[in-house]
Each structure stands twice: as structure tokens, then as C-alpha cells.
Design a binder for this molecule. Structure first.
Ligand SMILES: [Zn+2]
Length: 558
């Protein structure tokens, strides 16, 4: 029986780590300068390399060639750590060892010098699962750690680790590994293993891995077994229960033709074949993303990409802002599946919502509605009249719209609390910044006027404006005309209001952190620096608490 790929290809050196460059760089720098801390905390979702990194660290600190960012892998210490039988490396899974007695026993053993190694290394995985008393036992050791002891803690849920423990650890946040990096590694592994694969198959697996290299390799293992030694696209698709692209292209085609009957027919076929609707909506969002990408950056389309021609055709059939909207609807529809009456209803409502938002049909909807009215896509306006599709509030309130938010007040801005509204919008990044730095000056019918201070002119890029518009449309459940102007209309923006209070608290928190002796030690000995923005004020007084909360110390990246 061959070894599982995830185990066989588990990185044994820093250089073999896939992703996590920022963490690797900080750790190797510290090792190169022999600057070791006594406790590390690795955080991140499952399968991103936390314990793998911990073991490499253990080797780097104990390799017989000396403390080194490049452990030799050949000395008996390295070999035994790799084999999982090194006497001075103690690995504990807190998920199965929450008992305080075990913890105490473990920590008592920490007092004794290592049998052979330079350092006794304790790797505690899922450390947030420890009981309160077990944490207290550990804290005693963390407060006065023996010289020869190193702790490497790992957790998927740092929020549950007591502040008192957090503050004594040098924390590293491991990120989810991007799809292209996973794909590249899968391809590399297959090449080394001498196995054939189709590009589409690797795409599917890399996506399904959800940022985890371990999951990616496990799926690859399964795919190899499933395809009897070959990794073919159709076999992987079947294995993952992935939705046949034909259905997805069919859906977009039906939407482009404004064909409600055709759309429902596809949904029914998918239902008959018991396809996963969750996967369908996810894949639909991926497809919309690809089409949008082809529209904006045609070069992004790899020459060998499957379906290149069809993607290009679709890119010509939709307006960019519609793709954005459909994408939002698909993503939200997927999130809402769990609360839909049933999955079929969840899927079809999502598809109908896309159809309802299709702006290109100026014709009254009745002419396109089927006799049975199954996909009737127009509803009476609030005043009972039928409005053109692109102006009416659809029956199915779109993503994110809550019942109390559907009515856009037909008044001036005075009645609408913009700051509160911005808090509710599904916005991220620069688009959120734009919203926060805007003043609402007027709302009339479907028109919304916003004013942005001159100082924030750079936020007025089209993509951010479009995102804000989409979020507003989703929130109110109708198409809007959002106009931006530059100027200074007097009132404070949400950001400005926020800022005044926050700046004061932030200043106090940063000062308190700087006074913390533990942090000072880190800064002096580890090339670490406190990320000021990461310091969040808390309600507890510093003298009671004695330690900082929420500060994040990153390795210097020089
Ligand atoms: Zn070695």
C-alpha cells in the first residue's frame, strides 16, 4: 500500500512549504539570528500547515548542525522528528487531551532537562480546546519558562485562547493557500509520481481544497483511486459531485435570452439528476467571475483554458454591471440555501432573481412569461402599476434585503441614517471606505446623491462606485441611480464620526501596549514590532489585566 500523498508530501523544510511566505520569512530570519522565543502560536484554518510548520521549527531548533533555518534532515534528531519518534518533541492534541491532570503531568516533565536535544519542544494542537484549569497550569510555565523549553501552540480558533496565554506567545497567522499555488503543487506532485492528469481536473481539485493543501492532496489521492491511476476531468467531476458546466452555461444563456421557461427547465433537469444545488450556485458564481474576468482582462484567459470560446461569447452578451449583480445574487443565494424552504426553491428563487434583475428587456414582462406564469418576472409596483422591469422592486427581494429595508424613503436625506445604513451594507475593502467617507445629500425616487470630501477623491474609482451601487441596490431591492459629487457638505461622514472616538481610545491602547514588559522584551529580542493598528482598546483596565489583548506582533521582514 502506498503512503497517502498528504503525508508523503508533507513539507519537511521551510523551503518546501507551500504558501505562508510571510510567516516562513519571519521565522527563518529569527532562526538565522538565533533569536528564539519561548512560545509561538500558529493560527489559521485547518490544513494550512500549522503543525507542519511547528515540526519544521522543532527540527530547526534542535538539528545537530546547530540552530538553523535549514535543518539538515540527516542527523538522528532530524530523522527521528520526521519519523515522529523523537524523545524531546512532545506532541499533544488538545482536542483529545483536555484534562488538567494530563496537562500538569506534561508541564511537570518540562522542568527536567531534555534527554538529548537542545530544547524540549511541546507542540499543542487545537490549544483552544484546553480546559480553563489546564490553561492555568500552562500559564504558570509560560510565565517562567525554563530555558530549555519551547512551546509551539496551534489553533484554528485563537478567539478562544485566553488573553493571558495569547499575550505570552509570538503569534503567526497562517493564511489559506491560494488556488493557483495549490494547483501548482498538485501538478508538481503528479509529475513526480509519474501520473497523468487533465488541467480541468486539477482546477476542480484545487478549488475544492478550499485553501488547504492537505485537503487538496487528500482529494488528489481519492481522484487517483477513483480514476484508476489517472486524474481525468470527468472522473474528478463525478467524484466531487461537481455540476456539469453544460447546465451552468445553459443557465447564463437562458438569462441572456430572458427565457424564464428555459431557466426552469434546466433547474428541473438538475433536480432530476440530484445535483448539489449548493455546488451549482458556487460553480455559477465561479463561472460569472470568469466571464467578468474575460471582459475586463481578456489576457487572463489561459490559452489552453477549457471553454475559452464560450466564455468569450458570454462576455459579449452581458454588461459588466449585470455580471457583478448576478455574481452577488449567486453568492447570496448559496448562503441562503440553508434557510430556504427547500433546496429547489432556494435555487430557483436565486435564478429568478437574476432574471428579475435583467435590465436589457424593456418589453413588458407578460409577453415573455409562460402561460403557467411560472417565471413571471414582473410585479406590481408599490402603487399598483406595472413598471418597467429595471425600475420595479422585484417580488423576490434580492440578496441581503430585509423586509424593513425594502422601502427606500421618498424623502430627502434627513430621514435616512446613512451611517447606520452603511453598517448594514455588504461591502468590503475600498468600496466600504468609499461608503464611509461619503455624505448622503439627497434621495429622490431611485436616485441617490452622495458627496465625497475632496481629501478622499481617490476613492471615487469606478469599481468602488459600482460596488457601492450594487450593495445599495441589493439592500433596497431595486435598481438605483447613484450619483457622486466632490465637496464638503458640512455634516460628519460615518468615518469621521467613528474616527474621533476611536483615535482617542487607540492612542491610550497603544501607549499601554508599549509599556507592557512582555511586548518590550519581544521588540528588543526578536526583531518584532507591534502593529499599532492591531491594538484594539478593550474595556478592562490595564492594571487589572496586566497584559495586552489583541496586539499582534509580526516578525520583522527585513
Ligand atoms: Zn539535522
Amino acid at each position: 500500500m502506498t503512503q497517502a500523498l498528504a503525508r508523503k508530501w508533507r513539507p519537511r523544510t521551510f523551503g518546501q512549504m507551500v504558501g505562508q511566505e510571510h510567516v516562513v520569512r519571519a521565522l527563518t530570519n529569527a532562526l538565522r539570528q538565533n533569536r528564539l522565543h519561548h512560545a509561538y502560536l500558529m493560527t489559521g484554518t485547518r490544513g494550512v500547515g500549522k503543525t507542519t510548520l511547528a515540526r519544521v521549527m522543532a527540527k530547526a531548533m534542535n538539528c545537530e548542525t546547530g540552530i538553523t533555518p535549514e535543518p539538515c534532515g540527516k542527523c538522528s534528531t532530524c530523522v527521528e522528528i520526521d519519523a515522529g519518534r523523537f524523545v524531546d518533541l512532545i506532541e499533544l492534541d488538545a482536542a483529545s487531551n483536555t484534562q488538567v491532570d494530563q496537562m500538569r503531568e506534561l508541564l511537570e516533565s518540562a522542568l527536567y532537562a531534555p534527554a538529548r536535544a537542545r530544547f524540549k519542544v511541546y507542540i499543542i494542537d487545537e490549544v483552544h480546546m484546553l480546559s480553563r484549569s489546564a490553561f492555568n497550569a500552562m500559564l504558570k510555565t509560560l510565565e517562567e519558562p525554563p530555558e530549555h523549553v519551547k512551546f509551539i501552540l496551534a489553533t484554528t480558533d485563537p478567539q478562544k485562547v485566553p488573553v493571558t496565554v495569547l499575550s505570552r506567545c509570538l503569534q503567526f497567522n497562517l493564511k489559506q493557500i491560494p488556488v493557483p499555488q495549490i494547483r501548482r503543487q498538485l501538478s508538481h506532485v503528479l509529475e513526480q509520481e509519474g501520473l497523468a492528469s487533465e488541467p480541468g481536473a486539477l482546477d476542480l481539485i484545487a478549488h475544492a481544497a478550499h485553501g488547504s493543501m492537505r485537503d487538496g492532496l487528500s482529494l488528489l489521492d481519492q481522484a487517483i483511486a477513483h480514476g484508476a491511476g489517472e486524474v481525468g476531468e470527468s472522473s474528478v467531476r463525478a467524484m466531487l459531485g461537481a455540476v456539469d458546466q453544460e447546465y451552468l452555461f445553459g443557465i447564463l444563456d437562458a438569462i441572456a435570452r430572458d427565457d424564464g421557461v428555459g431557466l426552469m427547465k434546466i433547474a428541473d433537469e438538475m433536480q432530476d439528476r440530484s445535483l448539489s444545488f449548493e455546488a451549482a450556485l458556487q460553480d455559477l458564481a465561479s463561472l460569472l467571475h470568469k466571464v467578468a474576468l474575460v471582459q475586463t482582462v481578456p489576457e487572463a484567459l489561459a490559452a489552453d483554458a477549457a471553454d475559452a470560446e464560450r466564455l468569450k461569447t458570454l462576455a459579449h452578451r452581458f454588461a459588466p454591471e449585470d455580471l457583478q449583480l448576478y455574481y452577488q445574487i449567486a453568492v447570496q443565494g448559496r448562503a441562503d440555501l440553508g434557510v430556504a424552504p427547500d433546496e429547489y426553491a432556494g435555487l430557483t428563487m436565486t435564478l429568478l432573481r437574476m432574471l428579475a434583475f435583467t435590465p436589457n428587456s424593456g418589453a413588458p414582462a407578460d409577453t415573455t412569461a409562460p402561460p403557467g406564469g411560472r417565471s413571471s418576472r414582473i410585479t406590481p409596483g408599490p402603487d399598483g402599476t406595472k413598471a418597467a422591469a429595471h425600475e420595479t422592486a422585484p417580488l423576490h427581494t434580492p440578496a441581503g434585503a430585509t423586509s424593513e429595508s425594502v422601502q427606500l424613503p421618498r424623502t430627502d436625506a434627513g430621514n435616512l441614517d446613512w451611517a447606520e445604513l452603511v453598517g448594514k451594507l455588504k461591502l468590503g475593502g475600498m468600496a466600504r471606505m468609499l461608503a464611509q467617507h461619503s455624505h448622503l445629500t439627497r434621495v429622490e425616487g431611485n436616485r441617490v446623491d452622495l458627496c465625497v470630501p475632496e481629501a478622499h477623491r481617490h476613492l471615487l474609482e469606478k469599481p468602488y462606485r459600482d460596488k457601492l451601487q450594487t450593495a445599495l441596490e441589493e439592500h433596497f431591492g431595486r435598481r438605483l441611480k447613484v450619483e457622486f459629487a466632490l465637496g464638503q457638505p458640512g455634516a460628519l461622514t460615518p468615518a469621521e464620526l467613528d474616527d474621533r472616538e476611536r483615535r482617542q481610545k487607540q492612542r491610550e491602547a497603544v501607549e499601554a501596549i508599549d509599556r507592557d514588559p512582555f511586548v518590550r522584551e519581544l521588540v528588543e529580542h526578536l526583531d518584532a514590532r507591534v502593529v499599532d493598528e492591531s491594538v484594539r482598546p478593550i474595556g478592562i483596565s490595564r492594571s487589572q489585566q496586566g497584559t495586552g489583548e489583541g496586539q499582534q506582533v509580526t516578525g520583522d521582514r527585513r
